[in-house]
Ligand binder design. Structure first.
Ligand code: PLP
Length: 457
């Protein structure tokens, strides 16, 4: 019986998909990808798709890289695994830690490795709690996040998300997590408000929250440089300096979630550099290996490290870590990935392709009556759909306009992504994307919007 099942049948029968509407999946089944090369994916029927999202904002060097295959094979033969508990080490991971500290902004000191962005943000919160316990401040534990933030799916990382769909049905967020507004001018700025006034309003809101909760109870603020999954929200350049002034005043640590922005997507190694952030802790994942194998890391600043290190006098062994923390295969893959990015000039290339993407999205969507905003930074782009631009009116979410555009784009051979918090589609292609591929992504998305709009009338 099972021998005659197609791969799609087997998938429907046995595979519990993440972030998937279960009933819809039972009806339509999967799109099963069998191959990837550069920016192109191929499905079981041999149909090719341009991947405008680099998977989930992560395959930065593109699919099918032979050097990565060689590294993974070589490292598998030499040492596929050994743990790093109780002072055990391996060579790739020590070298990778050294390299990350050399690359990172600010004065970072140590690297803790995990397997996903979610577990890394969970670790960050534990580090912050541990830090305050060592300092004898057991009350200073609350974490402030932002509406539209995306930080993962574990119990704590899911709590840090400012996206209602991440909480519904899961009894989240945890009570020690609080939220402030996102720096999203389109919806959050008052009419006629200057950028300076808008930013000041957000900094004041943060200060009011810290004062209302009690500065002695607020431990950290977590933020993506550009909020990716929340809508590709690009903050004004003065935003993070103003926010950090407040954080410093109340001794609140800054965690920069660089899971999407890190390793070049915004045209520099880290988004923190682009937006004037001086984080105490940095979370990376995705682009560290271009997703060839799972890896995440928490970078810890010198001042935080000094406190954590002194914690061993109080607590003994630092009792946190995963079986796969500092996995040698992942570390070797990260080293080769970073070598490729450096040697092939992929960060300047990402910047140049990002300019092309912005230009093409503006050309295709800039004057469209159903487009509220075209935005982006580096090789991240987004188009937000609205019922009307004057007055600015959102679509009824039940119409699911962005998902319909993404569905139609896929039929036309381009995979983009509808973001949950707004009627927005995102573009985050591999750094190796060609100009012609970018033009095709934007043109297909425009055709898809026109087709969807015709049905809306
Ligand atoms: N942080 C950010 C900014 C992300 O975009 C994501 C995933 O998209 C995560 C954290 C969670 O990473 P993971 O899916 O590897 O757990």
């Amino acid at each position: 019986m099972q021998a005659r099942m197609t791969i799609e049948d087997i998938d429907k029968e046995f595979f519990f998909h993440p972030f998937t509407h279960v009933r819809e999946h039972e009806r339509v089944g999967p799109l099963t990808i069998v191959e990837g090369h550069g920016s192109t994916l191929t499905d079981t029927r041999g149909r090719a798709y341009l991947d405008a999202m680099a998977g989930l904002w992560c395959v930065n060097i593109g699919y099918g890289n032979a050097e990565m295959a060689e590294t993974l094979r070589d490292q598998t033969e030499r040492l596929a695994y050994y743990h790093t508990f109780a002072s055990m080490g391996n060579e790739p991971v020590a070298r990778l830690a050294q390299r990350l500290i050399a690359m990172a902004p600010g004065s970072m000191s140590k690297v803790f490795f995990g397997n996903s962005g979610s577990d890394a943000n969970d670790t960050q919160v534990k580090l912050v709690w541990y830090y305050n316990n060592v300092l004898g401040r057991p009350e200073k534990k609350k974490i402030i996040s932002r509406d539209r933030g995306y930080h993962g799916v574990t119990v704590m990382s899911g709590s840090l998300c400012g996206l209602p769909n991440m909480h519904a049905g899961f009894d989240l967020p945890l009570p020690m997590v609080h939220f402030v507004r996102a720096p999203h001018r389109l919806w959050e700025a008052e009419p006629g408000q200057s950028e300076e006034e808008f930013v000041q309003g957000l900094a004041d809101e943060l200060e009011r929250l810290i004062l209302a909760e009690g500065p002695d109870t607020v431990a950290a603020f977590i933020a993506e440089p550009v909020q990716a999954a929340g809508g590709v929200i690009v903050p004004p350049k003065s935003y993070f300096p103003a926010i950090q002034e407040v954080l410093r005043k109340y001794d609140v640590l800054l965690i920069a979630d660089e899971v999407v922005c890190g390793f070049g997507r915004l045209g520099q190694n880290f988004g923190s550099e682009v937006f004037g952030m001086t984080p105490d802790l940095i979370t990376v994942a995705k682009g560290i290996t271009s997703a060839y194998i799972p890896l995440s890391a928490c970078l810890v600043s010198e001042s935080v490290w000094d406190v954590i290190a002194s914690g061993s006098d109080k607590y003994g062994v630092f009792s946190h870590g995963y079986t796969y923390s500092a996995h040698p295969l992942a570390a070797a893959a990260a080293m080769t990935n970073l070598d490729i990015i450096e040697r092939d000039g992929l960060i300047p290339q990402a910047k140049a392709r990002g300019e092309r993407l912005a230009e093409r999205l503006r050309a295709e969507f800039g004057d469209h009556p159903l487009v509220g905003e075209v935005r982006g930074d580096g090789l991240l782009g987004a188009v937000e759909f609205v019922r009307s631009t004057d007055p600015l009116t959102a679509f009824d979410p039940a119409l699911k306009v962005a998902p319909a555009v993404v569905r139609r784009s896929r039929e036309l051979g381009v995979i983009s992504r509808a973001l949950p918090a707004a009627d927005t589609i995102a573009f985050s292609p591999p750094f190796v994307v060609t100009e012609a591929e970018i033009d095709e992504m934007a043109a297909v998305a425009r055709r898809a919007l026109d087709d969807v709009a015709a049905e809306l009338r």
